[in-house]
Each structure stands twice: as C-alpha cells, then as structure tokens.
Design a protein around this ligand. Structure first.
Ligand code: HEM
Length: 488
C-alpha cells in the first residue's frame, strides 16, 4: 500500500516535471525568438511613448540615447515602434535585405502625391525595379559624358555673369546654378531654353508641398498640398507636349527625358507620358537639393581650411598642365583631392539624415560588443547617415574636417566594414545618382577654383535641421575676385 502510494506520487511528480519541460520546450519553439531578446526601449510617456524626444529632432534624440542604449534600440511613437540600427556592425540587413523582408513602399508613401501616380512608391516592387533600371540606364557612363559637357557649359555661362570682384551668397548661387544644370541634363533642352521660369515655379510649388506634416498626412487638405497637386498636373501637361513634339519631329536629345521616352518595360510596353513626368520629378527630388547643399558645404569647408584649398588648387594646376583648360568626364574623374573634399563635406553633412524601412519578417543583429537582438516584424527600421557618419570607432576625430581620411592607407570609409559611410545609402537601394552628383559638384568647383579667389566673410554656416532635406541654415557670404589659375 505505502509502496503503491509512493509510486503514484513519484509518477505524478515525474508527469508534472515532464509536462513542464515539454511546455517549456514547446513555448521555446513556438514563441517568437524576438520576445526574448528585444532591443532596449527608450523611456517615454504612456500612450505617446518617445514622441516628445523624437520631436526635438532625430539627431538630438540619437545623441542622447545612443550612449545610454547602444547601437540598437526601439522608440515607441504612439502606435508605431521604430527600431534604430546605428553603425556598420548592425546595418548589413538594413541595406541588403530583400523588399519582401524590409520594404520602402510604406515608409516613403508620402512621396506619391508629389511624384504622381504609376511611379516609384505607387507601384509594386517589380515595376519599381524596372523603373530604377531606367534610371540606371539614364545614368550610365556614356550618358554621363554628355551630361558633363552640359554641366561645364552651364557653369561657364553662369559665372561669366559675375563681375571681376564682388560679394555673393554662395548658397543662393549654387542652388540656382544646379537648378539650371539639372534642367538641362534631366528635363531637357526645351525646358532649359524656353520654359525654365514656368517649370521652376511649378517645382517650387511641389517642393513647398512637401512639409514635415506631409510625411504623416500627405493628402491633408491644406493650401500647400493643393498648390502641389495643381503644379503636378501642370507639369504633366507641359511634359506631355514636349514628349509629343519630340516624337512627332523624331528628335532625339542627350538627356534623362529622352532616356525615359526610349525606355521599355520587359513586356515591351513603352513608358507613358505620366510615368515619364513622375520619374523626372523623382530624379529632381533625389538630386537637386542634395547636390546643391553638398556643393555649398564643400565650398564652406574649403574656404575654412587652407591646407585642403591649397591641395585642390594644386590638383587643378596639374590637370591644366596635362589637359589645358579642357574639362570633361574623364578629366573630372582624375580630381581625386577634390573628390575627397566633397566626400568629407558629405560625411559631416549628409542631406538625407534618416533612412527608413518597414520590416515584414523577424531578424536578428549582433552589436560590436556581442549583444544579440531580435527585431520583430511590424517595426519600422531606421538608420541615420548624419549620426552614423560621425561614430568615433569608425571615423577618427569624427567631427573634424579631414578629407585625407579617405586617402590610400587610411580609407576610414571601408576600414570598419561595409556600410560605414552611408551618405548615399548603400546595398540594394544605394543611390543611383552618386556619380552624377560628384561630376556636377566637381564641374562647378573646378570652374570656381580655376577662375576665382574667395574669402568667406560670414561666420561658418550652421545646419538647418528643420528642412526635409537637411542643408545650410544661413547665407554663406563670400568675397570673390576673378583670376586665372596659373599653371606655373
Ligand atoms: C549629393 C547628392 C545625393 C545624395 C546625398 C543622395 C543620397 C541618397 C540616399 C541616401 C539614397 C538611399 C535612400 C534609402 O536607402 O532609403 C539615395 C537613393 C537614390 N538616389 Fe540619391 N543622392 C544624391 C544625388 C542623386 C542624384 C543626382 C540622383 C539622380 C539624378 C539620385 C537618384 C537616386 C535614386 C533613383 C535613388 C533610389 C535608389 C533605389 O531605391 O534603388 N540621387 N540617394
């Protein structure tokens, strides 16, 4: 009897332990791994979470939270969770994941009313991929060579209107020159020569229709959005006329517009006028402010740092000895010192300060100190070029302007691994216009350095964190004097 009771207790005991073990095992198998190793969460308020900190600006927030929480952390924003991945060690998935796992469509939806229907974030990924193929083809080296000739003509024409000496706001001047060049290379001769003022005004309305509030509510019925929608319609009409008259006259030009007219989808379907207009608007939005901001910062830093100014002047002299006054695609490609100066200005001031994706499947990352985190699907995932480009374990003295950090032997943009330098993004969605942007900025600065002496007379500019494309806050006043760079 006692033996039976003992056995029963033993059996019940064993059964309970076995059940607990099995339950634990099952829960370990079926419970998402992410529930066990979630990233730390930024402290916030009930309901609104970290909204207040976030509204101070993402960079201010990152500066406060990164030292406390590390390179991976989540911010609750009302009903959304944003997980930040900061630094090359935790960024590979962000840049390399497929669209199925990490998509842009939802987070960049706010561009749809500006770009218009049927393009980029308004279409399925397979169509978008084909449209990005059109961009890639329009920006191939053989095309870029033609664009550079036009960039050089535009720069010569623009600066020939300056006097022998004077004072200008470099920011304003470079913004204007870049609109002219972008019009010529991207939108085409008709716009540049005949319709420039009208089209610029319409783009201005599109620009002013993209406000911080538009990111959350792109269709909010406010005057700026109404002007944006009218401008988009008017641009479509203008481009329809241009496209039709080019087709009627069987005329072909060397510009992005022509490339888009000639582009065909895999099934043989040609692009429509509305799609062409949308792709051109997307190109201008991607390339115009980003490039003009970068050319202004480049100038400000060169005028601040005599040693680098001397190096780029020396390089121009050497190239003039070799090629005379000629400037073309291949000669611009030899300007390594100037390239590094632009790249360093862009490291310190990437105009796109936050890149976003929407996650559709769980994934894990390992930080440089070996911590593993699981990021659940449903999170918005973010990285920040403006913050990551200044990490001290990646870039030595990260706040100092030091173009030589990219020179042979140091190569700090690569030494800590891929995705260390992310001003142009990288991986699957890396910028398609990077070579175009460098050529354009080099063409401008090569002309300026060869033809003018400058002195920065306003204080070193500050950053305009409130802009959608983050740029230079103040005027950048310079005194200039015309000269001809002597090759001796
Ligand atoms: C200094 C100038 C520029 C900067 C800093 C810049 C920056 C960037 C960045 C950071 C991305 C990645 C966005 C993301 O991952 O979410 C990007 C993508 C892109 N950029 Fe640029 N960009 C510049 C100039 C241009 C120009 C001149 C063009 C075209 C004429 C252009 C066309 C594009 C396109 C089409 C994409 C989308 C690529 C894709 O999603 O596959 N960009 N750019």
């Amino acid at each position: 009897m006692t033996g039976d009771t003992d056995n029963k207790f033993l059996n019940v005991g064993l059964l309970i332990i076995a059940t607990l073990l099995v339950a634990k095992l099952i829960s370990a198998l079926i419970m998402p791994r992410s529930q066990k190793r979630l990233p730390p969460v930024m402290k916030g308020w009930p309901l609104i979470g970290g909204l207040i900190q976030f509204l101070k600006g993402p960079i201010v927030m990152l500066r406060e939270e990164y030292p406390k929480l590390g390179s991976v952390f989540t911010v609750n924003l009302v009903n959304r969770k944003i997980t930040f991945l900061i630094g090359p060690e935790v960024s590979a998935h962000f840049f390399k994941a497929s669209e199925v796992d990490l998509s842009q469509q939802e987070v960049y939806q706010f561009n749809v009313p500006t770009f218009g229907p049927g393009v980029v974030f308004d279409v399925e990924y397979s169509v978008r991929q084909e449209q990005f193929r059109f961009f890639t083809e329009a920006l191939r080296v053989n095309k870029l060579k033609g664009y550079v000739d036009q960039m050089v003509v535009e720069a010569e024409g623009y600066f020939s209107k300056w006097g022998d000496s004077g004072v200008v706001d470099l920011k304003y001047e470079l913004e204007h020159l870049i609109i002219l060049t972008a019009s010529r290379c991207l939108l085409g001769r008709e716009v540049r020569d005949k319709l420039f003022d009208d089209v610029s005004a319409l783009f201005h309305d599109l620009d002013n229709g993209m406000l911080p509030v538009s990111v959350l509510f792109p269709y909010l019925p406010i005057p700026a959005h109404r002007r944006r929608d009218r401008a988009r319609k008017k641009l479509a009409e203008i481009f329809e006329n241009i496209i039709n008259s080019r087709k009627l006259a069987s005329k072909s030009e060397n510009d992005m517009l022509q490339c888009f007219i000639d582009s065909k989808y895999k099934d043989g379907r040609p692009t429509t006028e509305s799609e062409i207009t949308g792709l051109l608007i997307a190109a201008l939005f991607a390339g115009q402010h980003t490039s003009s901001i970068t050319s202004t910062w480049t100038g400000a830093y060169l005028l601040r740092h005599n040693e680098y100014l001397s190096a780029v002047l020396e390089e121009q002299k050497n190239l003039m000895k070799k090629h005379g006054n000629k400037v073309d695609h291949d000669i611009l490609s030899e300007m390594d010192a100037l390239y590094r100066c632009i790249k360093e200005a862009l490291r310190l001031h990437p105009p796109l300060i936050m890149l976003l994706r929407s996650s559709h499947s769980d994934f894990s990352v390992t930080t440089r100190d070996g911590k593993e985190y699981d990021i659940p699907k449903g999170h918005i995932v973010a990285t920040s070029p403006a913050f990551a480009n200044r990490l001290p374990h990646v870039f030595k003295d990260p706040d100092s302007y030091d173009p030589d950090r990219f020179a042979y032997g140091r190569e700090e943009d690569k030494a800590a691994g891929a995705f260390s330098y992310i001003s142009f993004g990288g991986g699957r969605h890396g910028c398609l216009g990077e070579p175009f942007a460098y050529l354009q900025i080099k063409a401008i600065w090569s002309h300026l350095l060869r033809n003018f002496e400058f002195e920065l007379i306003s204080p070193f500019p500050e950053i305009d964190w409130n802009a959608m494309v983050v740029g230079v806050k103040d005027k950048v006043m310079v005194r200039y004097k015309r000269r001809e760079l002597s090759v001796n």
